[in-house]
Design a protein around this ligand. Structure first.
Ligand code: SF4
Length: 186
């Protein structure tokens, strides 16, 4: 079981988050805000990778406070984070979203959730993959999978390109991408 702590979250996001989560993470750092769909997708993923509730609250608060102030965070947003951890409402212990769920979501204007292989424009996807360090050869292979609507295979090829290893399992969950990335890098 892997755990992440706040002090190395930025570095881990760069090295081991799949593109969908990396994008949300970067947008949160940039805008100090994410809309509901993004908070759910990233928040549950972070819970799944072992970010503890207290750290999760500190993490979201540090960003949202810069935009809205700490008081508004405590009033409007802290509840939903505790809720995700099963500490409020029906006390359901919510599970992180699978690729299938993320791919079939429908992000609207200003949303950053969803699967970039499915929801980004070709131009944005190419740029994002370049920033992840996917070389031009591998990038064309990824884009071919995307054109054929094989988004999880595109993500699998990205994993292989970024980690320099073959990955036969195939990606079907962002948390699987994360834990296998950690294992590969160890
Ligand atoms: Fe995320 Fe899954 Fe899409 Fe990869 S295939 S970017 S893990 S939703």
């Amino acid at each position: 079981f892997t755990e992440i702590s706040l002090k190395d979250i930025d570095q881990v996001a760069k090295s081991s988050f799949p593109l969908c989560m990396r994008h949300l993470f970067e947008k949160l750092r940039e805008d100090h805000h994410l809309k509901h769909g993004g908070r759910m997708q990233l928040g549950l993923f972070l819970k799944g990778v072992g970010l503890k509730l207290d750290d999760a609250l500190a993490f979201w608060k540090a960003e949202f406070s810069r935009k809205f102030g700490a008081e508004r965070f405590d009033k409007e947003y802290a509840y939903s984070i505790r809720h995700n951890y099963g500490k409020e409402g029906k006390r359901t212990d919510y599970t992180p979203y699978s690729c299938q769920k993320i791919i079939s979501s429908m992000p609207g204007v200003g949303d950053h959730h969803g699967c970039p292989y499915r929801h980004f424009s070709e131009e944005n996807l190419r740029a994002a993959l370049g920033r992840m360090g996917v070389g031009s050869r591998a990038l064309e292979d990824v884009m071919e999978k995307v054109r054929n609507k094989h988004y999880q295979l595109a993500c699998t090829l990205t994993f292989e390109a970024v980690h320099g290893t073959s990955y036969v399992a195939g990606i079907n969950h962002p948390n699987q991408y994360f834990s296998d990335s950690k294992k590969t890098l160890e």
